[in-house]
Ligand binder design. Structure first.
Ligand code: SF4
Ligand code: SF4
Length: 336
């Protein structure tokens, strides 16, 4: 395994880590088998979230006796002090540990999010207090839009950023360069573009070619996936002509119809969270996470079926996606 320094945290992390979303669809025994195999392969970074239903709990049980082989990262959507402090305690209990190596603000995006999270009574103050109490070792954040990523880089207490990065989503690259200059660790989420890219090894190799990106965290549930990703992270040689041609072909295939979650289409006339609709449809169809995707979609205030077809979003989408047509497909897939 290759190891890299995760920015100013000083943690030496494996070039691939476990993305913990798919743990929700396997059993506790399968989670244990996965963790044992990852430890054998030299993978030493696990990322999960309070929002991934049973993921923290299954991982906590699976880590019995193996806790010291891994750095543990989790995250919370809480933005105020009280709720973040409570979430840290829940994560510690679920993960059966006395400290979490990296605790992240999960999917920070709006101005209101930033204002509250970084205020005296905000989530970051709770995280700093948890660092003083040695319950949390480092503070990070995750984001999906370039604007939010740029804003995060203005806050020196944020030691790592997690952002979508893959063959077809490279909107963060310039900011990764800035992050590297500031010694902020960059964690690439969605390395397979939410399951759209089927060649997992190529997807991992592509990400690890970028010296400004520290680690890729593909979601894994099967031992074969763990082995394929670990093998890909062993090979840091330059991409071959054949691999470059395959990357080109993937871009051509997906480019006209792939949502990069940039958010430029917002605001929708009727309040639909357009990129989240597409993301949930991906989980429904490709990741075998149908129940989870249905629950998340069901909690959304405005469903894809609410689209009135005004077309304003399409005029704002820099990738010219047929948003209305795609939303009709989402509505058909979820039945609402
Ligand atoms: S076309 Fe539909 S999704 Fe787009 S802004 Fe109008 S109502 Fe919203
Ligand atoms: S639909 Fe277009 S504008 Fe909206 S998030 Fe996706 S890529 Fe960006």
């Amino acid at each position: 395994m290759n190891y890299r320094m995760l920015g100013k945290t000083g943690l030496s992390v494996s070039a691939v880590g476990l993305g913990g979303i798919p743990v929700q669809r396997i059993t506790p025994d399968e989670t244990r088998a996965l963790i044992v195999r990852l430890a054998e392969l030299g993978v030493n970074f696990i990322d999960t979230a309070r929002g991934y239903t049973v993921s923290e709990e299954y991982l906590g049980a699976a880590l019995e006796g193996l806790r010291d082989k891994f750095y543990l990262a989790t995250k919370s959507m809480s933005r105020d002090y009280e709720h973040m402090a409570a979430d840290i305690e829940t994560s510690l209990s679920n993960l059966r540990t006395d400290h979490i190596d990296l605790y992240q603000l999960h999917n920070i995006k709006t101005e209101a999010d930033f204002t509250l999270a970084f205020s005296d009574k905000g989530a970051v103050a709770a995280l700093k207090d948890a660092v003083k109490a040695d319950k949390v070792r480092h503070i990070g954040a995750t984001a999906h839009s370039a604007e939010a990523l740029a804003e995060l880089l203005r806050h020196p207490e944020i030691e790592t950023v997690m952002f979508p990065y893959n063959i077809v989503e490279n909107q963060g690259e310039a900011l990764f360069e800035q992050a590297a200059k500031q010694n902020v660790g960059v964690i690439a989420m969605k390395p397979m573009a939410g399951g759209s890219i089927e060649d997992g090894a190529l997807a991992v190799r592509y990400i690890l070619q970028n010296p400004n990106c520290t680690i890729a965290i593909p979601g894994m549930a099967e031992l074969a996936e763990a082995e394929e990703n670990a093998a890909a992270a062993l090979d840091l040689s330059p991409l071959t002509d054949d691999e470059l041609a395959r990357i080109d072909a993937i871009r051509k295939e997906l480019s006209g119809n792939f949502c990069r979650r940039c958010g430029y289409c917002a605001p929708c006339t009727v309040g639909i969270d357009i990129p989240s609709c597409f993301l949930m449809e991906g989980y429904l169809k490709r990741y075998d996470l149908a129940d989870w995707a249905r629950a998340r979609y069901g909690a959304m205030k405005a469903k894809a079926s609410a689209c009135v077809g005004c077309g304003k979003c399409e005029a704002r989408c820099p990738y010219e996606l047929p948003i209305r047509e795609k939303l009709r497909a989402v509505a058909a897939a979820f039945g609402e």
